[in-house]
Design a protein around this ligand. Structure first.
Ligand SMILES: [Zn+2]
Length: 314
């Protein structure tokens, strides 16, 4: 198969690209997402596909959406940040653009992109992706195949319970991983600690205009780079829980590689160093058996486009 189109639908933007079989994006375009209107969101996707396919020999379309996509890759059952409820997105788009179309979960498309062309391109069997953004997403590859699960919801790694009776989560449970490892968790930890010991959070508070409640993610990263102990401590907590999650997934799946993506990975070793340390400490088989290497994602903000386009080929 030659060229395919990948479309990545986020809460704020629709990003599309024409992708070749080597995973290279030849052309790309974007639109804002009218998040509250499912009909308009579909129109925007159709616009993007029509623009990209004009004058190109495109063979199929893959769409990555933040939400639960059913196992037939056609219906978005629920999307937390978009207005879709049981939206028959595949048929709608396919009919409008006249190209074979598939819909996939955003974590799954990003995982596929890293496995095929990114941080785990040398792995031939298995990989697990954790995307650490506002929340936690992920995807699982086993035996060279993307694992969608019986009902399409495999790889929802953010909602495994880390802390019994812990912090309440938007999903209705308490103590989910994404309440301890995510951009939101990072900010929550930093704010709480800055309130308790403002004298240690001098740099961080400067960046937030002196108000602990005004602390945002980028300020935590900046202050941590400057050595602010409260900001560094927030990364250590988030990294600790991420490492615990790695050790758990290794016990379950024993993948070749664990990849960490999402916005928070821009902080690099501030996140990865404590994550690797607690991963090592938590492993039951530490020092006795080889285990998955932890690597930062490489595909950046094109992961969704490239992964969706490649999954449209199969
Ligand atoms: Zn949850």
């Amino acid at each position: 198969m030659g060229l395919t189109i990948g479309v990545d639908i986020g809460g704020t933007k629709v990003l599309g690209g024409v992708v070749d079989s080597a995973g290279d994006v030849l052309v790309q375009t974007r639109r804002d997402t009218p998040a509250q209107d499912p009909g308009e969101t579909a129109d925007r996707i159709i616009e993007v596909i029509r623009e990209l396919s004009a004058g190109q020999q495109v063979e199929a379309v893959g769409i990555g959406a933040a939400g639960w996509v059913d196992e037939t890759r056609s219906i978005v059952q629920f999307a937390p940040n978009l207005a879709w409820r049981n939206e028959p997105l595949r048929d709608k788009i396919q009919q409008a653009v006249g190209l074979p179309t598939v819909v996939e979960n955003d974590g799954n498309v990003a995982a596929w992109a890293e496995f095929r062309f990114g941080a785990a391109h040398d792995a031939d069997d298995s990989m697990v992706l954790y995307t650490v953004g506002t929340g936690i997403g992920g995807g699982i590859i086993l035996g060279g195949r993307l694992i969608r699960g019986a009902h399409g919801v495999a790889g929802e790694l953010g909602h495994t319970m880390m802390v019994p009776d812990g912090h309440p989560c938007g999903c209705g449970r308490h103590g989910c991983l994404e309440q301890y490892t995510s951009g939101n968790a990072l900010v929550r930890f930093a704010r709480a600690d800055a309130r308790t010991r403002p004298e240690a959070a001098e740099r961080l508070l400067q960046l937030a205009g002196g108000d602990p409640d005004a602390i945002k993610g980028p300020a935590v990263t900046e202050a941590a780079r400057l050595g602010d102990p409260v900001a560094t401590g927030a990364f250590e907590q988030v990294g600790h829980w991420l490492g615990v999650a790695f050790a758990d997934i290794v016990q379950t799946l024993d993948p070749q590689v664990i990849v960490v993506g999402g916005g928070v990975i821009d902080a690099g070793d501030l996140l990865l160093k404590p994550a690797r340390a607690s991963y090592e400490e938590q492993l039951a088989q530490r020092g006795r058996l080889p285990v998955a290497e932890v690597r930062p994602a490489l595909m950046g903000n094109l992961a969704g486009v490239v992964g969706a386009a490649d999954l449209a080929r199969m």
